[in-house]
Design a protein around this ligand. Structure first.
Ligand code: IMP
Length: 183
């Protein structure tokens, strides 16, 4: 058995195909930040990052948003060691912010079946925010089980399991700077 790390296998052994380079991600994130800055001009939104996968995108995105904003995080259960959704969404860490009457923008890494965003919309709506929007870096177009309009989408991607730039496989590979397709 090889003692190379998964990281080395991905980056150096060409076992995985690059789907989005760091330059593509950076350019699209800049565009989204610009659009969000325009749309929220005069408001002070609470930007809520969905952990763990959304942390890198959130960190890069808010640096391209040129208005006052606050941040918070919510943590949802991941797929665990599976590559497919269990269909259950569990909250592992709640937000601390009071969101009623506030403009809320939720930052997701990827929308796959749509169950997570749907569950978050239901949960946050209870607090009656002034507005509730979603931004996702990636959306698997063909995959959505539940119809859900994402307000801002970075990239529409085919139905492949992807890793890197925050997205994990068995909790590793989040630190890859680009997005790779795992065959
Ligand atoms: P959904 O509820 O099925 O839309 O799944 C959303 C969550 O599943 C995302 O926030 C990710 O954490 C995880 N996920 C979905 N697809 C992938 C993937 O291709 N790679 C890694 N994680 C994924």
């Amino acid at each position: 058995m090889s003692n190379r790390s998964e990281f080395e296998r991905v980056v150096f052994d060409n076992k995985f195909r690059v789907l989005l380079t760091r330059e593509q991600i950076e350019a699209r994130t800049r565009e989204l930040g610009k659009q969000i800055s325009t749309d929220y001009r005069g408001k002070q939104p609470i930007v809520i990052g969905v952990l763990n996968g959304g942390f890198l995108f959130m960190a890069d995105l808010i640096r391209h948003i040129e208005i006052d904003l606050e941040i918070d995080f919510i943590k949802l259960s991941s797929y665990g060691d599976q590559k497919v959704s269990s269909g259950r969404v569990e909250v592992l860490k709640e937000i601390n912010a009071e969101i009623s009457n506030r403009h809320v923008l939720v930052v997701e890494d990827i929308v796959d079946t749509g169950l997570s965003v749907k569950a978050l919309e239901k949960k946050f709506s209870v607090s009656k925010p002034a507005s509730l929007r979603f931004v996702a870096l990636l959306r698997k177009t063909e995959k959505a089980k539940v119809h859900f309009d994402i307000d801002y989408v970075g990239f529409e991607i085919p139905d492949h399991f992807v890793v890197g730039y925050g997205l994990d496989y068995k909790q590793i590979l989040r630190n890859l700077p680009a997005v790779y397709v795992m065959e």
